[in-house]
Design a protein. Structure first.
Length: 350
């Protein structure tokens, strides 16, 4: 007897953050989860660094004027784990929903563009940081590492996530493809750059769906005119904070499963028929029968980045020769010492 079809109802959520109240955006997230649950949603995806808000100021203000808004963002940023993750985890558990949320994460003195994946039981199953902040974002966020390039098993399926222009790093996408992601959760800021940003975004997410043979659930944010004016009073610069919204859900065949949302607040909801993955991969599996790993493969350094590493010399440092330092500082388990700059490589192909 054939297995019954596996259908996952997904929502890509496009709403505005709250610039004014420290907990305002979190309240909006919890309200949107409740609304999605009423629609039978099993997977909800929110925009990039949505809590407390994307640093739009960094795109239109010169560095000399960014001090105050940067500090305000840092004060409201999310500590993981902490009250924000606890609240979202509880909402996810309450509704049996997988939730993918973008946050500005504060780790002591640094901020990171972080993606969080909560499973339907409320467990935080993935915390990853954008590997390279884009352009103006480098004034705000630190860099992530390869340890977060992971696909995780959830109640909705095998979920992977990337933020914004990470999708223009084909090797980062391939790292997730090689782990056989079924649902790719993409996050962009929205209300940025102009209409061309939305046009490019559509090309990007549809191509990844086709190439990976997976569903793509993409969420972008939205700013009201009042919020745009609060970022900058300059009418010319305000133009750079409009457009760029394309909240959408795409099938493994590259088709929109519902009309995309390009203006205003709302959510795109669609049922994902997981059988479409096998239908696509039967013809083209980029990391299986269509791959040529003996010709082309990907090596990944998936060790977490560390700013300090322990050294345990077996003899006083003054007595160690340069040759000893170079060749004989492995740990007792036979692994390279953490300060060895030669990366530990994991082949991801086939």
């Amino acid at each position: 007897m054939a297995s019954p079809p596996r259908i996952v109802r997904a929502a890509a959520i496009q709403i505005a953050p709250d610039f004014d109240r420290p907990d305002g955006t979190l309240e909006r997230v919890c309200g949107a989860i409740d609304e999605a649950a009423a629609k039978g949603v099993q997977l909800a995806v929110f925009p990039e660094t949505f809590v407390p808000y994307y640093p739009y100021f960094s795109f239109v203000l010169p560095p000399v004027l960014q001090g105050a808004p940067h500090l305000r963002l840092a004060e409201r940023a999310v500590v993981v784990p902490g009250p924000v993750t606890q609240a979202v985890a509880e909402r996810a558990r309450q509704h049996g929903m997988v939730v993918v949320l973008g946050v500005n994460e504060r780790d002591h003195g640094s901020l990171y563009n972080t993606q969080l994946v909560f499973d339907a039981d409320g467990t935080l199953v993935l915390k990853r940081r954008k590997i390279t902040p884009t352009y103006h974002e480098r004034m705000v966020w630190g860099q992530g590492d390869g340890a977060g390039l992971k696909v995780v098993d959830t109640a909705a399926g095998r979920v992977g996530a990337l933020a914004c222009w990470e999708h223009y790093n084909p090797l980062a996408r391939y790292a997730l493809m090689a782990q056989h992601e079924e649902i790719h959760c993409a996050q962009f800021p929205g209300s940025l750059v102009g209409p061309i940003f939305a046009e490019q975004m559509e090309v990007t997410i549809r191509h990844h769906a086709l190439e990976s043979g997976c569903f793509v659930v993409n969420a972008t944010g939205w700013l009201s005119d009042e919020q745009i004016r609060s970022v900058t009073p300059d009418a010319n610069l305000q133009k750079a904070l409009r457009g760029g919204c394309h909240t959408a859900i795409v099938s493994p065949e590259g088709k929109h499963l519902a009309p995309p949302l390009t203006e205003g607040e709302g959510m795109v909801v669609a049922d994902l028929d997981m059988a479409l993955i096998a239908k696509r991969k039967r013809m083209m599996d980029s990391v299986g029968h269509y791959a040529r790993p003996e010709l082309l493969s990907l090596a990944i350094n998936d060790r977490p980045a560390q700013t300090t590493v322990p050294m345990h010399p077996t003899q006083p440092l003054a007595q160690r020769s340069p040759d000893h330092d170079q060749h004989h500082h492995d740990d007792p388990a036979g692994q390279p010492a953490a300060d060895d700059r030669a990366p530990v490589l994991r082949v991801a192909a086939g």
